[in-house]
Design a protein around this ligand. Sequence first.
Ligand SMILES: Cc1ncc(COP(=O)(O)OP(=O)(O)O)c(N)n1
Ligand code: 3NM
Ligand code: MG
Length: 211
Amino acid sequence: MGYDLYVVTDEAIGRGRSHVELARLAVAGGADVIQLRDKTLSGRALLDTALAIREVTRDAGALFIVNDRLDVALAAGADGVHLGASDLPVEEARRIAPPGFVIGASAGSVDAAVRAAATGADYVALSPTFATGSKDDAGPGCGLATLSAVRAAVSLPLVAIGGITAANVADVIAAGADGVAVISAVVGEDNVTAAARNLRDRIAAAKAEGR
Ligand SMILES: Cc1ncc(COP(=O)(O)OP(=O)(O)O)c(N)n1
Ligand SMILES: Cc1nc(C(=O)O)sc1CCOP(=O)(O)O
Ligand SMILES: [Mg+2]
């Protein structure tokens, strides 16, 4: 299971399309991972959306991750959850989750990435890699040098998130990322499927170049 192209759904950026529609369009363009991220929905509404996305990702052979909400992820039969500094600690989620459940962790530094790995994360996301307008409290970008330093320090799958575009994705892969997580570059585009396919092709080309 790869993390090459990790698409985070966002209805505020998705040009009027629903989370489920965005997920369907993104997996049609080759997205390997879909994350449902919505801070506005009730638990019940988030579960209903997650159950629908679960069907889309299962049919497409993509991984399904729920942001923040371990309870909703487990109830929906999602493949995993993504946790940041203000969410459940990774080790607590690991204690509750079934074997094989994917727990992703945000990390804004090498130390945070090492801690995430030590406490049982399955992947680490360098957050944010570049400045982004898609998350209000994201802070300044960590940059490619930090990405390479995290790569050298952590053997887990490493995802870069924040300000990733078709223009910079090759540099992000060359700096050591195994994959990229995006909102605007795919979900914010008129043609989601074409944007996903273009990013995925650029990731594959950058990886081939690095071999
Ligand atoms: C793949 C991925 N990386 C980072 C984040 C950010 O998570 P977090 O720091 O918990 O912030 P919120 O997204 O919950 O606002 C993410 N969601 N996904
Ligand atoms: C969901 C999220 N988390 C981030 C973090 O830094 O933790 S940045 C981000 C949004 C990324 O959106 P875009 O691809 O449009 O920059
Ligand atoms: Mg969170």
